[in-house]
Structures are given as C-alpha cells and as structure tokens.
Design a protein around this ligand. Structure first.
Ligand code: EPU
Length: 352
C-alpha cells in the first residue's frame, strides 16, 4: 500500500494550514486495508479531501486517506443504482449523474469534499441531503477486518450527523457509497433562491441555479481558503424562539418536525456585526457570515481564536451557543471545540 512518513498536509486541507503528519496511509483495496497496522491505541484521523477539517496544531495525528475509486451504474426498470468509491470527488459525481440522465443530486452541486466523507456528516443543501438517496454505505470494520454493508437506517442520519461520527467513530472507514435514484423525478425547489425557477424546469437548470447561488456567496477555497459553513445552524426550543422573534421579527427560522426551531447561524453572526471582520490574517467572509476564511495565516489556532470570538459575540447578543460543523484535529486526534481551552478568543476589534 502507498504510505508516507513526515507528510505535509498543507495542500490536503482547504484552510491551507501548514501542518504535517508523522505517517499517512492510502489504502485502495480490501487487501490494503487488511495490511494497515493496528492503530486502536494510537491517535489517528480518517481524512477525505480535507474540506471540513481544521488542523489546530502544526502536527497532525496519523492519517488514513482512503483511495477507493470508481463509479458503477446499474439501470433497473424504475430506478438507477450507482455505486461510488469513497475517494471520488462529490461534485464530479453530481456532474457525472446528470450527464448520464440520472437525477436527484443537482441540489447538492459544488459541495466540496469526497463521496466517502459525504455520509459522515450527511451533507445537505437547498432542501436535499445525502440521506434522501443513500441506499447503503460499505464500511470496513477494523476489528473484524471485513467490509460491512450498512443500510440507510443503520447510518442514523440526522442534521450534519450520522453513526460514523457517533458509535462507529474511528472503528472503521467508508470504502463505497451506494445510491438509489428513482427514474420518476421532480425538481425540489422549496428552498429560498430556487423558488424562482419554473416548476417544470430540468435538473440541469436546478444545478446551474445552485452553482450560481453558491458561487455568489461561498468563497472558492482555491482562491480564499475556507471550509464552507464553519458553524452548524443552532436549534432552539419553541419558547426560546418566540422570545427572540418578538425582538427580531425578521429572524430567518425553520420549524422542525419535533416543534423545535432551527435558526440561521449566518444571520446571527451577521447581526452581531461580524460580517467582513478580519484579524491576524483570518476573518468572517464578507458575503456569507457563516464562513470563516483564511487570508494569510499558517496556523489553525488563529481560526480557532476567531471562531471563539464569534461564538462569544453571538452568545452575548442572543444567548445562543453556536457550535462548529468543522472538525477540530490536534496531534492527539480529533477534539471537541469546547475542549480547546488553551486557545483564547481574540480580544480586540481590529482590521489587519
Ligand atoms: N444570512 C444572513 N447573513 C449572512 C448569512 C446568511 O442574513 O451573512 C441569512 C440569509 O439571508 C438566509 C439565512 O441566513 O435568510 C440562511 O442563509 P443561507 O440560505 O445562506 O443558508 P445557511 O443556513 O447559511 C445552510 C447550510 C449550507 C447550505 C445552505 C443552502 C448549514 C450549516 N449550512 O447555510 O451548507 O449550502 O444552507 O442549503 O446548515 C456547508 O455546510 O458548508 C454549507 C455551505
């Protein structure tokens, strides 16, 4: 199996943080997975394309970056089954499907990252998430050294969450994702921005609109390093929401099936006056306050420090605790944002 020692991950993380790891493995077959050393007592992290991971220190833990590739389409009477290797690029998969006349993923165009990472945080945008089309996830279990097919139900998908972040965390890795796309297709246009499209528009038109919307607000990590939404949209009780709504009648909100209310973290950050804020080479994006950007820093700690400041300012204004969607990786492995207590929030308002 291909592997390296003292490997730079600067081009493997979309924040462009200067970081390296002592060892990295690139398994691309079951036989290679079975050759991996037993890492159960070591600190390690499974990396996709590095578009949702923030390296906090200059040293990363041991990295496994799966390299399973290939897309296989199986046409049935009323649906398509598409099996995709974990290392395939997500947006390339969306384009491939549309070119083949397979519809469903168009609302998820331009999401950065790999197909294998997509189920981990149940990627979603513009009213669709991967759980809508995922049939099974093939998952290599370290303890049994076998690949198990996990059904959609077994994946326990929730908002930016799945079993891979919970009970199965670091107990194995995703090798392939299998999707089922019914041939009967209807455009999903409920999300703000897409509702301007004609209801009998094509999947290509939906994709073009999603690309236009995303490109207008979300910075391209190749030109301005970032990891998309830095924070998750917080969910509050109906009671808390009605108090807030009295004070802020225009506050964007999304009612949840259980009666709770999801709020827009980007709006909260924007209202806290932080849009466009810059400090020590990092900042809050000018077009979308939910995105933290790296103008010129090599240190993950600068972004953490900014994120803590943003979190504090939002809490001071709204008494709402927003938490990162981005994953925090230290030399000791992944850590909870709240446990990074040795990194202090920035303490002054300034431009650099
Ligand atoms: N808003 C502001 N100011 C801002 C940002 C947003 O007022 O600076 C307002 C918007 O006007 C809108 C509301 O907040 O009323 C929500 O904003 P938007 O539609 O841009 O979506 P979002 O909640 O910020 C979520 C996902 C995105 C996804 C979009 C579209 C999360 C954390 N983020 O963003 O996902 O693309 O919806 O579906 O759920 C990602 O995860 O990296 C990502 C980009």
């Amino acid at each position: 199996m291909h592997s390296n020692l003292d490997y730079s991950l600067q081009s493997s993380n979309s924040f462009n943080i200067k970081v390296s790891c002592s060892r990295i493995y690139f398994p691309s077959s079951l036989a290679e997975l079975q050759q991996l050393p037993d890492l159960s007592s070591e600190n390690f992290y499974i990396l996709g394309e590095g578009s949702n991971s923030l390296f906090v220190e200059s040293q990363a833990p041991i990295i496994i970056q799966p390299k399973f590739t290939g897309i296989e389409v199986n046409e049935q009477d009323d649906h398509f089954i598409v099996q995709v290797g974990a290392a395939e690029n997500w947006h390339n998969l969306v384009c491939f499907c549309l070119e083949q006349g397979i519809f469903g993923l168009e609302n998820l165009a331009l999401i950065p990252g790999s197909v294998g990472a997509a189920p981990v945080q149940n990627i979603g945008a513009y009213g669709v998430d991967i759980a809508d089309f995922c049939q099974t996830v093939e998952w290599f279990e370290f303890s049994s050294q076998t690949i198990l097919p996990l059904s959609k139900a077994a994946c326990q998908f929730a908002y930016r969450d799945s079993i891979f972040k919970q009970a199965l965390y670091n107990k194995g890795l995703i090798t392939q994702v299998t999707f089922k796309f019914p041939k009967a297709w209807q455009a999903k246009l409920s999300y703000a921005g897409l509702d301007t499209l004609n209801k009998d528009c094509s999947a290509d038109e939906v994709m073009a609109k999603v690309i236009a919307l995303r490109s207008s607000k979300l910075p391209d990590p190749k030109t301005l390093p970032n990891a998309g939404s830095f924070f998750k949209n917080p969910v509050v009780s109906a009671e808390k929401f009605s108090q807030l709504q009295q004070q802020y009648p225009t506050m964007p909100h999304y009612l949840q099936a259980n009666g709770e209310v999801k709020l827009a973290a980007g709006w909260l950050i924007d209202q806290a006056g932080l849009k466009g804020f810059r400090h020590h080479g990092v900042g809050v994006h000018q077009q979308q306050a939910l995105v933290l950007v790296n103008y010129a820093s090599e240190h993950g700690a600068d972004i953490i420090s900014l994120a803590k400041y943003v979190q504090q300012q939002v809490f001071d204004k709204f008494s709402i605790n927003i938490s990162p969607e981005v994953r925090m990786i230290t030399e000791q492995g992944e850590k909870d944002f709240s446990s990074l207590s040795d990194i202090k929030p920035i303490s002054r308002n300034s431009d650099d």
